[in-house]
Every structure is written in C-alpha cells, then in structure tokens.
Design a protein around this ligand. Structure first.
Ligand SMILES: Nc1ncnc2c1ncn2[C@@H]1O[C@H](COP(=O)(O)OP(=O)(O)OP(=O)(O)O)[C@@H](O)[C@H]1O
Ligand SMILES: [Mg+2]
Length: 224
C-alpha cells in the first residue's frame, strides 16, 4: 500500500506525520519504506536515525516517483511517501500512484480555507482515477483548548474529504523529536500523551494496519 502525505502548503506537518507513520507501521510488524520526495530530505535523515529498520529511498523527480513507487510497493508492506511543500508536479506524481493520501492541515480557519487550493491536485488525481486515492484530513498543531468550529467542519465537508476525529495537538515534543534523532514516543515519560495520540490517530485512519501488541502478523493471520 502506498500512502502519501500531501498538502501543497509548507510547514503543516507532512514530514512529522510521515516519519511517525513509518515508525508506527514498523512497530505494528510491517515492512516499511519511506520514500522521501522532498529535496530537503528531512524525513529520510530523521527516520534513519530514529528507526533504522525502515528502508529509505530518495525520489527526486516526478518521473522517478511514477516509475519507482510501484516497484517499492511490491517489496514492502507499506510505502510512506513524504511530499514537498510546494512542487505541484511532484505532488501530482505522488497522488497518481498513491492508494491513500493523508492531508495534514494546521488548525486555523485561514489554513482550512486555503485547503481548497492546497488540495487542488488531489481533486484532479481523484477525478482522473475514479475517486482514488482515498484521503483524509488530519488537523495538526491543535491548541490544547481548541474546539473545532462549525465553520471548519463545513469547510472540510465542502471539500468532500473526511476529517479524522483524532487531532495532533501542538506539543513541544514533536518539534524536539528530530533534534533528538527520535520519534515522539521514544522520548521517555513526557512522551506518553503524544504516543497515545499518534497511536489513536493511525488506528483510526488505518485500522487494517493495526496489530494488537504481542501478536505477530502470522498469529493474526492464523487466528482470523
Ligand atoms: N503537532 C506539532 N506540535 C508542535 N510542533 C509541530 C507539530 N507538527 C509539526 N511541528 C513542527 O512544525 C514544523 C513544520 O513541520 P514539518 O517539517 O513536519 O512540516 P512539513 O509540512 O513537512 O514542512 P515542509 O513543507 O517544509 O516540508 C517543524 O518544526 C515541526 O517540528
Ligand atoms: Mg517536510
């Protein structure tokens, strides 16, 4: 399965989500490749330090993405592709190949309004591909006392994209994690809330990837 983290806006949490998703999937017992499609290469450097079990590959052009993603998807259970902040052609290539797109969005009305533009390429890909890839909006950097306003819910509905019920709270630990060569839940006791939140988010949006702790993939298959 190819999962891309897509939003043509910069700094919304794509790399943070990509690295935590790749690490979470690995901990569920899956084989994972992180395809870093951003010239800054921040997520591949980060995941190599935080979780060396994850394979990494840098794909630096739209044609490389179109050609290589299906090959990588045959070799791993999941390919997580981190996209760039603004290159439309790179995003288009990713969305033409992805099975699932996660669209992080900062939790403010201005950012949600800008989503129509930032998800234009996603809508084009879904139009061409008969509704694929499936996609979900994930609100990120949400203030602790924040309440989702009706305006914001309406904006998501008008884009015909579901909004994940679990949000990622604005937490210093997410910002600290890359500097510590870690994912948030590797950072000791102060990481517990972030760990629970990330686990809940990924279980919600990728229920088929969740494995109960202590049960290997083989056990699950044999028992089901
Ligand atoms: N939930 C959060 N709480 C606090 N800081 C966060 C959170 N999510 C992301 N950040 C921080 O916000 C900044 C932008 O995040 P990130 O680099 O993941 O975004 P991006 O969409 O990949 O950016 P770019 O478009 O430049 O690639 C980073 O400094 C990151 O550590
Ligand atoms: Mg990034």
């Amino acid at each position: 399965m190819i999962i891309t983290i897509a939003n043509n806006k910069g700094g919304v949490g794509k790399s943070t989500l990509a690295v935590h998703l790749a690490a979470w999937l690995t901990e569920q017992g899956h084989t994972v490749t992180l395809a870093d499609c951003d010239t800054q290469q921040s997520s591949s450097v980060w995941i190599r330090e935080a979780m060396p079990k994850v394979e990494t590959v840098v794909l630096s052009s739209p044609s490389e993405i179109l050609n290589e993603l299906p090959v990588l998807a045959r070799e791993a259970d999941f390919v997580v592709a981190d996209g760039p902040g603004s290159n439309t052609e790179t995003s288009r290539a990713l969305l033409l190949r992805a099975d699932f797109a996660i669209v992080p969005c900062k939790a403010s009305m201005l950012e949600v309004r800008a989503l129509a533009q930032a998800t234009q390429v996603l809508r084009e890909a879904r139009d061409i591909r008969g509704g694929r890839p499936d996609a979900v909006i994930v609100l990120n950097m949400v203030g602790k006392n924040y309440r989702l306003t009706k305006d914001m819910k309406d904006a998501a509905v008008s884009l015909q994209l579901p909004l994940a019920q679990t949000h990622m709270i604005l937490r210093q630990i997410y910002a600290d994690a890359p500097g510590q060569a870690a994912v948030a839940w590797q950072l000791g006791s102060r990481a517990r809330e972030a760990a629970d939140e990330v686990n809940q988010l990924f279980r919600e949006i990728l229920p088929q990837a969740y494995r109960q702790q202590g049960r290997s993939k083989r056990t699950v298959t044999a028992a089901s």
